[in-house]
Write a protein that binds this ligand. Structure first.
Ligand SMILES: NC(=O)c1ccc[n+]([C@@H]2O[C@H](COP(=O)([O-])OP(=O)(O)OC[C@H]3O[C@@H](n4cnc5c(N)ncnc54)[C@H](O)[C@@H]3O)[C@@H](O)[C@H]2O)c1
Length: 339
């Protein structure tokens, strides 16, 4: 039994909430911290319902130094899983300072608090976006880093900051998890991706069209060099992704230093393939229109996952049929999100 706690920042969010379940089911004690800027506390109640376990739910901001000190003083925190951050690329282009303030400054506050309280273990939510436009696929962790929008910059700056910290403090234990494209939802249908406003990601858009909330889907470009002209991405089931975090945490108990890991399936699917699979498993038709390419989008992006397989002993299990099924299950159970 683990006696120490894991502080989970951004715990009420899409990936954070799914990871809380996996942590609790693996026997960890957690404390959740979220300012609910892009989430709902109901997600955490559902996590408790699904697992039958309770944990402290703290509503607050990672930039709140006093709150962080209180948490580190009140609980025996062994590690931090850091999901808290803003993630909408378009919004980051329009309002870069909000992103640097929330993501970079927020992470600095968190790291300073960890330093004050001698907490050395960190699992950080990075992103495949740090690779920029891929020079080759599949992308492995040695691919050059080159963020092409402010959101990506914040992830890259944080990665570099963490590299420096690991150099300066050889007791640090840090995993940088570079996510590819998480979709799907917990099998129970109780928690899932619940974007406020217009979804920025493909899957919630598809499910909202399917449920009749939106008229049609826009596909950004059908003239890429791919089998059907639409972009290829590495979609990964959010529960697989969540399990990767538990593996990373286990890895850090015997490892000092910093390592980056791709978390993807290693398989690419086009946008049209994803839509067709969704239609097949749900029996719903998804009307779509083709529009212009989006600046900054790459044609093909998928992961080489060998490092995570060999080092973390982790491999994604679920295919896109299951991802579509579970996304749909969540959407139909919660047609209006958590509200
Ligand atoms: N979903 C993706 O496609 C994807 C891909 C790569 C990386 N990521 C990263 O993974 C992490 C989690 O993503 P997600 O999809 O679950 O997003 P999300 O928006 O659902 O979750 C992020 C959570 O952090 C909270 N938060 C934001 N700023 C905060 C702050 N200053 N203090 C406290 N809480 C704060 C939000 O309220 C939200 O609950 C993010 O860092 C994101 O950048 C996501």
């Amino acid at each position: 039994m683990h006696t120490n706690c894991i502080l989970v920042t951004g715990a009420a969010g899409y990936i954070g909430s799914h990871t809380c379940i996996e942590l609790l089911e693996a026997g960890y004690h957690i404390i959740s911290l979220d300012n609910l800027s892009n989430s709902h506390s109901i997600a955490l109640q559902k996590v408790q319902e699904i697992t039958g376990k309770t944990f402290p739910i703290i509503e607050g901001d990672i930039r709140d130094k006093e709150l962080l000190d209180q948490l580190f003083n009140n609980y025996k925190i062994d590690a931090v899983m850091h999901f808290a951050g803003l993630k909408a690329v378009g919004e980051s282009v329009e309002n870069p300072l909000i992103y640097y303030d929330n993501n970079v400054k927020g992470t600095i506050e968190l790291l300073q608090a960890m330093q004050r309280h001698h907490v050395k273990k960190l699992v950080f939510s990075s992103s495949a976006t740090v690779y920029g436009i891929p020079k080759e696929v599949p992308i492995d962790e040695t691919h050059p880093l080159n963020a092409i929008n402010p959101y990506g910059q914040t992830k890259l700056i944080i990665e570099r900051m963490l590299q420096d910290i690991a150099q300066a403090d050889t007791e640090s234990r840090i995993a940088l998890l570079r996510y590819f494209n998480p979709i799907g939802a917990h099998e129970s249908g109780k928690i899932g991706e619940n974007p406020s406003g217009t979804p920025n990601n493909l899957m919630p858009y598809i499910t909202q069209v399917a449920v009749g909330k939106r008229q049609e889907l826009s596909i950004f470009g059908d003239d890429y060099e791919t089998v059907d002209g639409t972009g290829i991405r590495d979609y990964i089931h959010v529960v697989d992704l969540a399990k990767g975090h538990v593996k990373a945490l286990e890895y850090l108990s015997d490892y000092k230093g910093i390592e980056a890991f791709n978390l993807g399936t290693g398989k690419g699917h086009t946008v049209l393939e994803l839509i067709q699979t969704f239609e097949k498993v749900t029996g719903k038709k998804i009307p779509y229109k083709i529009t212009n390419r989006r600046p900054g989008d790459s044609a093909i992006c998928y992961a080489n996952t060998t490092k995570a397989q060999q080092t973390l002993h982790w491999k994604a299990q679920f295919n896109i049929d299951k991802m579509c099924q579970d996304s749909w299950h969540f959407q139909t159970n919660n047609p209006n999100g958590y509200e």
